[in-house]
Design a protein. Sequence first.
Length: 693
Amino acid sequence: MLSPAATAVAAVRATAGSPAAVRGMHARILKEGLAHHPPNPAALVSAYAKSRLLPDALHLFDETPRRDIYIYSSLLTAVSHSASPELALPILRCMLSADALHPDHFVISSVASVFARLRSRRLGRQLHAHFVASPYNGDDVVKSSLVDMYCKCGSPDDGRKVFDSMSAKNSVVWTALVSGYASNGRSEEALQLFRSMPGRNLFAWTALISGLVNTGESVGAVELFVEMRRDGVRIDDAFVLSIVIGASADLAAFVLGRQLHGSAMRLGFLSNMIVGNALIDMYSKCSDILSAREVFEGITFRDVISWTTMVVGEAQHGRAEEALALYDRMVLAGAKPNEVTFVGLIYACSHAGLVQKGRQLFESMKNEYGITPRLQHYTCYLDLLSRSGHLLEAEELMTTMPYEPDEATWGALLSACTKYKDAEMCIRISDKLLELRPKDSSTYILLSNVYAVNGKWDSVAKVRKCMIGLEIRKEPGYSWIEAGREFRLFHAGEVPLDVREEIMVFLEEMVLEMRKRGYVPDTSSVMHDLEESEKEHHLFLHSERLAVAFGLIKSPPGSVIRVVKNLRVCVDCHTVMKLISEITHRKIVVRDSSRFHHFEGGKCSCSEFWEDLSSGREDILWVVDDRTASNMQRNKWTMRGPMIREGQTTAAHMTGKGRTQLREASTHWAACGGWAVVSGRADEICSLTKGKR
DNA sequence: TTAGGGTTAG
């Protein structure tokens, strides 16, 4: 026979997860006079927390006169899972001083998860020291929470030491360490550990795949997912699906994304809200905004992320009216917008020139919703003002806002000065920015571009010199396209040998046809002091053109061409895409580093509200072979232009003799599937290595 | 009577 208190605890436990049931049970226990009778307070705190009623749990804790280790343990666990893990610190202080209780193994493991959430290695180490000196120092559950804590704080090696000290290791601690290596970018070790793990379950697969996606190894993550399916691992929950759908969004892998949509349907997870949200984002990032919308409309329960994902998607696709109409629906539906929603909304206004609406939203975010604007909001708003020609107002906002402007903020203002041909303001801001000696490499690219547009080649040289001195490198431009089951990656200036003939013939035909329609190359985005014909050649081989040409040659007639590019599209490519869509009667969608461009019948969805100098434009990558490199040294050719990531590829155009040979050699070498690295300063070539792509 | 691992938006 159970005691009345134990009966009450069992009843309380049974209510967990249902707010009404917990409250009812609390009332009943109060009536029976058992409210302060241990272990009821601890059980109620747990039940409240499991019903997502942390304030009620905290209130109950405050009301409880005699607090034992159980109620502390329950509350600390609740807080460690909540949105505010930092609340654990005062509770812990109270436990140690006011109630003079010693933390037991339950408390230590909960506190370890709090420090993991807070990413505080310093506090975590203190806790670890305390644990070692405590009577519980052999407890494996505490050890597994310490492994996780070290991994989340960026020290998987420390986690490994604790892991190795364990006598018996269960799947929880294996998973924690696999996840730790993977999410700290140590994929080799993660895989090795995973392969040696006994009894790999869905949790471990999910942890590994998630870690890889979070460190940018989406391709590897997808491969593992395929292996997992082949191994026949049962998918009992939606975690892994939403992660892999997210990976296909990152990769803009449309075919894969659609297959995953099918898998989600077959496995019965289509009604899962998180899977639905991931699908909306995937379709949007794969350039198919209409399918994104279809998934959105089919979702039964929508949270703020569902609404925001859709708003942001519409905004990035240049569909400002749809984004704003969604916002109205969202408010009517009673969903509360957050700071991300407003980023999307102001962005939408900015790219449609809706100054009044944007101003109103910026104010309502602060006044109606009490959201303090972040730098990102100021940048979006400033972008809106400056794009629409309110340059002085934008400059004033920049000086009065409570943040230091970053590269994106300067970029927004400088692009607008360029657009409105306010050279004086442009140079004034640039000179000021150069004086500040920015740390971010992209700021130097921005400055260089601005000076180049204004023909100030001496300042361009000065910026380039700064960059070389600081070993700042520019990211190389590339584009990719999905062709059947494979991806095809194109670098600027490099035409793969197997399709070279077809692509070159196609592009030359296009140029002839475009010229008939009045096309004149706009070389303003080639940021080097080159001859005009040389600049045109740079443009001709920009990576998105190669990718689009490849797509048009290889895809079935009438299908949509979807290309992804890592940098921004340049002015001339933008014009060319419009013309190609008109000439070939095909839809072309280009996702660049900031937004989507839908080209159809000679027009683009962005309505020309897109220009931005900040991300840097594409440059031709010069890759050279051994013979050319020694020629370069012998003839003392000098290199100019931006340099690419250290130790990988040095891109530049050449001056002096032999440019043509160099171009031939580089194209040849690239076509063989290799890459070459030239390392050295701008004025001297030091060494060369080469490798396979 | 209280503890440890994996999801979606900028």
